[in-house]
Design a binder for this molecule. Structure first.
Ligand SMILES: NC(=O)CC[C@H](N)C(=O)O
Length: 377
């Protein structure tokens, strides 16, 4: 039996469709993601907290879901909007269908939506706050009111909400076709990773490169991290606005001052920039997809990258100690920085992919090189 659903945007647009997840109501910032695959990794990326994701690829659900592809312990996206749900699941790794997975996780989702019309609105007007209601007796006015009532992500510190409560160690490495997820061996470096909403594949790619990982809560003071005497510190991705995360900015300032190697991804990149004296801003549509060209300024090469961010570091605000290393070829925004005075660098996109291309995996190798160089001093 089909259950009806509606999506309302703060600009007054109403879309009617069918529910493919839980019944009920959800609100958040509506953003579009252009990746053709990886809906499960997208849903479980903690950086999507308080966001409703619409996928521009029209046919979704055909490969089902598997616990092996979870990027965190739960779905963090506030909702899902798609054009067409696959009628059948066909993949040897699948353990559950997408609608069952959404219902089990109590996620409200809507299909049969004109996602091209929706994406044009988001592209032209910028990300919109929105509301999905799924169930009988749908009330458009109520959905519109809820969409308008969502305060928006600007000024919202979500890293401290999605982080873990206790520190833990992580030993799982990357996925192998024959072995599944492997365990790390021969760890050469101890890395403390700040969890602002970390994606598992980042941790796996560090383990794969010989790191022993201790993952710590977002609000862990720098002194506690330094007391563990790490070889390097990693700053994770995460949801919300980086600017209000004053505890993180403070801790990063202290850590960077020690001269220990630091690597930041996405929110971690923005926080390293803020801790170095730069400014961040809210973008209009943001970048969400798996095909974004990014130029490496050092050698004029182009990487196709995975992206998921709605804030960016303001290129005009960089202090002298920050050198630009990467720029987006879609809109010229800042994609990477390196400190000129200490071994600290960061990237705005997602080198861990998951989903997406692996062109920028060498950024992880650069972190290892910095730790190697430091250990030889
Ligand atoms: N993936 C991320 O870490 C996102 C960073 C930040 N929340 C943004 O939207 O820009």
């Amino acid at each position: 039996m089909t259950v009806p659903a509606i999506l309302a945007l703060e600009d007054g647009s109403i879309f009617r469709g069918v529910a493919i997840g839980a019944t009920g109501q959800t609100v958040g910032e509506v953003v579009f993601n252009t990746a053709m695959t990886g809906y499960q990794e997208i849903l479980t990326d903690p950086s999507y907290a308080k966001q409703i994701v619409t996928l521009t690829y029209p046919h979704i659900g055909n490969t089902g879901v598997t616990p092996e592809d979870e990027e965190s312990a739960q779905i963090w996206a506030s909702g899902l909007v798609i054009r067409d749900l696959a009628m059948t699941v066909s993949n040897w790794r699948s353990q559950q269908s997408l609608p069952d997975y959404l219902r089990d996780n109590n996620i409200v989702a809507i299909a049969e939506i004109d996602t091209r019309r929706l994406t044009r609105i988001l592209r032209d007007k910028g990300a919109q706050n929105g509301c999905i209601i799924a169930g009988d007796n749908l009330d458009e006015a109520k959905a519109l009111e809820a969409a308008k009532g969502f305060p928006g992500l600007k000024g919202m510190d979500l890293a401290k909400e999605v982080t873990v409560s206790e520190a833990y160690s992580w030993t799982e490495s990357t996925w192998d076709l024959e072995k599944g997820h492997t365990e790390g061996v021969d760890s050469r470096f101890h890395v403390v990773a700040y969890d602002y909403g970390v994606k598992r594949n980042i941790l796996r790619m560090l383990v794969e490169r010989g790191c022993k990982l201790t993952v710590v809560p977002a609000q862990t003071p720098a002194a506690d991290v330094l007391a563990m005497n790490p070889d390097g510190i990693f700053l994770s991705n995460g949801p919300g606005d980086p600017e209000p995360c004053d505890y993180a900015i403070e801790a990063i300032k202290e850590i960077v001052a020690t001269g220990k190697p630091v690597f930041g991804i996405c929110l971690g990149h923005q926080l390293l920039a803020l801790a170095s004296g730069a400014k961040t801003m809210k973008m209009s549509t943001g970048h969400h997809g798996a095909n974004h060209p990014v130029k490496t300024l050092a050698d004029d090469t182009v990487m196709i990258t995975s992206q998921n961010h709605g804030f960016a570091v303001d290129m005009d605000s960089l202090p002298e100690t920050l050198k630009v290393t990467h720029v987006s070829l879609f809109d010229g925004t800042l994609q990477g920085i390196h400190r000129t005075d200490v071994p600290a660098f960061s990237f705005q996109g997602h080198p861990e992919a998951s989903p997406g291309p692996r062109d920028c995996a060498p950024l992880f190798d650069h972190f290892i090189e910095l730790m190697e160089a430091k250990s030889q001093q």
